[in-house]
Design a protein around this ligand. Structure first.
Ligand code: NDP
Length: 337
């Protein structure tokens, strides 16, 4: 059992020297990680379906193989395709190639292992290097000589060296060993819980609060949609706040704001906390029990009916229409779309 929560800042690349690394998928994470691994002098091959991503990886100088062939040749297989398609691809194209042999399998999220949707063979080491960063930002930080945070986990340690592989991979993809780089010893279950809890509570709560705020001020108090949208998010102030939270700390950033704003926030935090705590508890319990994973799996199997309907409702909302009008005037969106 790992020392959960322990931080690591650097690692030795040695465990990966001489190993063939198959990056499966050349999307958001796949492309960024493959490019940085290659730059670190490691032996990388890309596994993908034969389509535009294949062409792109090939244009960028990688040997590109089918998922089966890349898996067959690899000592470490990094599964960097969307979580919802990974179980099928793993079962059909990776599993037959790795049965009975020692191999390291890496995931960039805890989801499929935590909820038992992928069951790798016993002889495999199963590791997780989960960046807290989108692919483009990883590349951008790397160009600037910086690292970034990752959660590390081990679900199977057949070789006894799984943690060494996880840390080495985190170094190889540019997370560790550079300013700003840090790895948190974690687990697949922990990563899945906090990732999904953010997506099930914090993120939709922010969007719901923005929608409610917009409807109330424009419909009841006659505020113009332009003023409301700029106040709420179009000015970019929200992004600046996020940056200040990351750099200064959640509460220290408050000191950058006016005393009126500080007073309002300090006195309202406990009110919203009381309302939000039971809602967050309920969602955490649903995620922990695997109910969200089951719900999302069923949604996918039935052809995304709720997903499609929810998008349609959102896109026809007053806020979406007013935003479209404003963003076209501001030149942030094409007038024809
Ligand atoms: P992407 O959606 O960017 O992955 C696209 C890649 O997956 C393409 O190469 C695509 O190839 C391939 N792919 C898609 N569907 C299939 C399929 N049915 N069969 C085979 N290949 C397929 O994924 P991300 O990079 O966003 O996510 C990869 C992993 O990284 C996930 O585990 C995610 O949770 C994790 N992660 C993602 C982050 C992010 O910012 N996006 C941040 C941290 C972790 P093609 O279309 O050619 O089939």
């Amino acid at each position: 059992m790992a020392d959960l929560g322990r931080l690591v800042f650097d690692a030795d690349l040695q465990p990966l020297r001489g190993a063939k690394i198959a990056v499966i998928g050349y999307g958001n994470q796949g492309r960024a990680q493959a490019l940085i691994l290659r730059e670190a002098g490691l032996d990388v091959v890309v596994g993908n379906l034969r389509d535009s991503y294949w062409e792109k990886a090939s244009r960028e100088g990688f040997e590109v193989l089918s998922v089966e062939e890349a898996s067959r040749k690899a000592d470490l297989i990094s599964i960097l395709i969307p979580d919802e398609v990974a179980p099928e691809v793993f079962e059909a194209s990776v599993m037959p190639e790795i049965r009975g042999r020692s191999v390291v399998i890496n995931f960039a999220s805890g989801y499929n292992i935590a909820f038992g949707l992928i069951r790798p063979p016993e002889k495999a080491d199963v590791i997780m290097v989960a960046p807290r960063m989108v692919g483009e930002a990883i590349l951008d930080l790397h160009r600037r000589g910086l690292g970034y945070p990752v959660l590390l986990g081990v679900a199977q340690n057949a070789s006894g060296r799984a943690w060494d592989y996880a840390k080495a991979l985190a170094k190889g993809i540019g997370a560790l060993g550079r300013p700003g780089g840090v790895g948190v010893l974690s687990s697949f279950e922990e990563e899945a819980l906090i990732d999904l809890l953010t997506e099930n509570t914090l993120a939709p709560m922010i969007l719901a609060a923005i929608e409610a705020f917009f409807d109330i001020v424009t419909q009841r108090y006659g505020v113009s949609p332009e003023a409301a949208i700029l106040e709420l998010y179009a000015s970019g102030e929200l992004g600046e706040l996020g940056r200040a939270m990351a750099e200064r700390g959640l509460f220290e950033q408050l000191k950058l704001q006016s005393r009126t704003s500080q007073y309002a926030q300090l006195t309202r935090i406990p009110v919203f906390r009381r309302i939000l705590t039971p809602l967050i508890e309920r969602e955490a319990e649903r995620i922990y029990r695997g109910e969200f994973a089951r719900e999302w799996g069923l949604e996918r199997l039935s052809g995304f009916p709720v997903f499609t309907r929810s998008w349609a409702i959102l896109e026809s909302s007053r806020l979406a229409r007013e935003e479209d009008r404003l963003y076209k005037i501001l030149g942030r969106r094409s007038k024809r779309s």
